[in-house]
Design a binder for this molecule. Structure first.
Ligand code: 5RP
Length: 233
């Protein structure tokens, strides 16, 4: 009886330790990225739990910066911390964008969109001089695997789903731009080929495969420190 109780406690402890380790690594990467931001910069803020740790680190630096946010959640959290956020219709370029990722391949391809914000995230990353990706050590992978997040137009949805094949609609609210969030589930080889196919499918607003050309730097938290991932390009 005693032994059983101890074993269960051990399992809970190890789950707690590994999730708190991931949080520590996310924080290390987020804090390293916050140090890259300088006074006067225009900054793109991504979405997700790693970006949630970036925001206080950025606020603590007390810089004069202009920011755009990739989601209402990031915008609200940034404002709460005193970071001014403006609509992304006046700035036509950004100095830096900082965002998390779900998977990072050795050659720099990313899967993003776990939070369904990949359309705005890609627009912001593409507008930035430098796109900095912040992840914990569980995100670098040998090769990308499904799911690949999608945003689909509501109009013609059934026809788009038929054209795409193995896609699951996500139980999530529409994107802030009214798109339907879904996931492409079929295993794939070259991300470039899938990226081209998804982009060429009418009804796909955009997808969560980000090409290496977009990626400036990947900062990975390992334990309490962050290191720049060496990408094979
Ligand atoms: C949201 C994203 C996130 O950046 C990605 O899902 C990683 O999230 P987290 O930092 O919570 O691990 O692409 O659309």
């Amino acid at each position: 009886m005693n032994g059983r109780r101890l074993a269960r406690t051990d399992r809970v402890d190890s789950a707690t330790v590994s999730s708190s380790n991931a949080e520590r690594e996310k924080r290390a990467a987020a804090e390293a990225a916050a140090e890259l931001v300088e006074d006067g910069m225009a900054v793109g803020l991504g979405t997700g739990s790693t970006v949630a740790l970036l925001l206080p680190a950025l606020a603590a630096r007390g810089l004069e910066i202009r920011c755009v946010a990739t989601s209402p959640a990031t915008e609200a959290a940034a404002r709460e911390l005193g970071i001014a956020v403006e609509p992304f219709d006046r700035l036509d370029r950004l100095d830096v964008a900082i965002d998390g990722a779900d998977q990072v391949a050795p050659d720099g391809w990313l899967v993003k969109g776990g939070g369904g914000a990949h359309v705005r995230e890609k627009i912001v990353a593409a507008a930035a001089e430098r796109f900095v990706v912040i992840v914990d050590s569980g995100k670098p992978v040998d090769r990308l695997t499904p799911p690949v997040p999608l945003e689909l137009s509501r109009f013609g949805l059934a026809a788009t789903l038929r054209a795409l094949g193995e896609v699951e609609l996500r139980d999530a609210p529409p994107s802030p731009d009214g798109g339907v969030i879904a996931d492409y589930l079929r295993p794939f080889g070259e991300p470039e080929a899938l990226s081209a196919r998804l982009a060429a499918t009418p009804g796909v607003v955009d997808h969560g495969l980000f090409p290496p050309e977009l990626v400036g730097q990947v900062l990975v938290g390992r334990g309490a420190a962050a290191e720049a991932l060496r990408l094979r390009r």
